[in-house]
Structures are given as C-alpha cells and as structure tokens.
Design a protein around this ligand. Structure first.
Ligand code: NAP
Length: 250
C-alpha cells in the first residue's frame, strides 16, 4: 500500500520535534516545508522542501502533485499569511488539516506588560515606556521602528536585518534557547529600560520575560493574529502526532 503523504508546514521547534516523532511511522511519508528565510536553518529529520509555494494556487497544485492526504500547520503563531494559505488550500483539496499552536504567554505577578494589537502600535507606545529598547520581534519587524530617532535600540535576530532600520541600532545575531541569567546580563549591559516581544509563547525564548520582571523593565507584548476560521487547533507536539496517527488507514 502506498504511504499517505503528510505536509508539515514548519519553521518552528515544534515542527522539528513532530517530524522526528513521525519518522518513521509505517504507511506515512512526511514532507517538512520551510520558507527559506533563515540562512542556516536547523533542519528537521526526513524529507524537507524549502521556499514559498506561490500563494494558494501554488500550494494547491503542489498538494495535488504530491498527493497530500494530511496537513499539519506547525508554523510560528505570527506566520499568518502561511496559515491563511494552508486553510484555504486544504479546503480546496479537501484534506484534513490541523494547526499546531503552542499556548501564548500569560502575565504573572510582578510583570509590567502592555498588550498591543500589532507592530505599528508597539512602535507608537514604546517611547512612552522607555528610551533604550530591546527588540526581540524578529528581523522582519525591525523596520516598524525606523524613524524613532529619539530611542536607542538593541535588536536580536537570527540573521541580519535589512531595509529601513532605526538610526540608533545595535544588532546582536543569536538564536534561542536563552537563559534568564544571560538575558539579565544582556539587558543590564545595554541599560535596557523597555522590551518589545511578540506573544510567541513557548520556553525557548521566555527567559527575557523573567529577566524583564526581575529588572522591573516594562514589556510591550504584540498580540497574536487569530488562527484561520474553522481551524482545528492542538497545542502540543504529542497531540499533533496523535491527530496524524488517528487519520492513517488501518
Ligand atoms: P508568513 O508571513 O505567514 O508567510 C509569507 C510567505 O512565506 C507565505 O505566503 C509563503 O509563501 C512563505 N512561507 C511561510 N512559511 C512557509 C513554510 N513553512 N513553507 C513554505 N513557505 C512558507 O510567514 P513568516 O512570518 O514570514 O514566517 C516564515 C517562516 O518563518 C515560517 O515557516 C514560520 O514558521 C517561521 N517563523 C516565523 C516567525 C515570525 O515571527 N513570523 C518566527 C519564527 C519562525 P507562498 O505564498 O509563496 O507559499
């Protein structure tokens, strides 16, 4: 019997773990998909394809060509464009699809968080909270803070940012996981007095929140975009693996 093909949209640690968990599973061929944004990505085990599909039409064509029978959207919670494409394409091809989305972060006693709706709002409010900003929102978001010449920025990203950038900017290239002591040291060294983050959730990058709490530094937290309407959502890699296994024949 031919193996069922699972398209696993990735770019997250959860997607890599899921690929590992499903390799090998009898009767299943898993293809992990990466956008190709990161220069030296940490690759999942098994079959991998890299690069955009070319919108919904391209994704539908690819799914048909590869005879995809199941889809797991394990992209980052802020990869809203890809998630919308997956939802639409899975509907057109009529294959079951699930969104694997880790829970967001929640505020605890001692935290000083200000929630905002998007990066533009983060840029509008950040100067009211501090003057030395630690930007941890990823290189594609740094441009939203260009033109804020009264503020000084430390931006951390995996690859170097490009395009319009804040004038007073220092970039540190690094990827998680990070430790609380390391984050405290970094924030103290640069006299950071406000942190900006997406509500990415997960343990890999949560240490900065503990560090900010410890140092009494306020945090601007950008809310997640909603998951596509009608999506079935699971929060853990284990639940996603069960979802896949339960849909395999036999
Ligand atoms: P996005 O804005 O939702 O996606 C833009 C376009 O990039 C998509 O329409 C698609 O192009 C392509 N793309 C995105 N994810 C893809 C994937 N897994 N496989 C193939 N093509 C993909 O996405 P993004 O926010 O730029 O994120 C890009 C990748 O980085 C995702 O895989 C995501 O999981 C990962 N990531 C994102 C963040 C973040 O903060 N946004 C953080 C960590 C990791 P086509 O329309 O041509 O198919």
């Amino acid at each position: 019997m031919a193996a069922e093909t699972l398209l696993l949209l990735g770019g997250t640690g959860e997607a890599r773990r899921l690929a590992g968990m499903l390799d090998p599973v009898d009767g299943l061929r898993t293809v992990s998909s990466l956008a190709g944004r990161v220069g030296k990505p940490v690759l999942p085990v098994g079959e991998v394809r890299v690069g955009g599909f070319g919108g919904v039409d391209g994704l539908v064509a690819w799914m048909r060509e590869e005879n995809v029978r199941l889809v797991v959207d394990a992209t980052h919670p802020f990869a809203a464009g890809m998630s919308a494409s997956v939802a639409e394409a899975a509907g057109i091809v009529a294959v079951p699809w699930v969104v694997l989305r880790r829970p967001g972060w929640t505020e605890r006693d001692g935290d000083r968080w200000q929630w905002v709706g998007d990066m533009a709002e983060a840029a509008r409010v950040v100067g009211t909270l501090g003057g030395r900003v630690f930007l941890t929102t990823g290189r594609q978001s740094i441009g939203a803070f260009a033109g804020l010449d009264g503020l000084w920025f430390l931006a951390r990203s995996v690859d170097a940012p490009e395009g319009a950038l804040p004038r007073r900017l220092e970039v540190v290239l690094d990827r998680g996981p990070f430790s609380v002591t390391g984050e405290i040291e970094l924030m103290r060294r640069h006299a950071i007095d406000v942190l900006v983050t997406k509500d990415s959730g997960g343990a890999m990058t949560a240490a900065k929140l503990d560090a900010a709490c410890e140092l009494g530094v306020p945090v601007v937290v950008v809310r997640r975009p909603p998951v596509p309407a009608g999506a079935e959502v699971v929060e853990t890699v284990e639940a996603a693996a069960r979802w896949v296994r339960s849909r395999l024949p036999g």
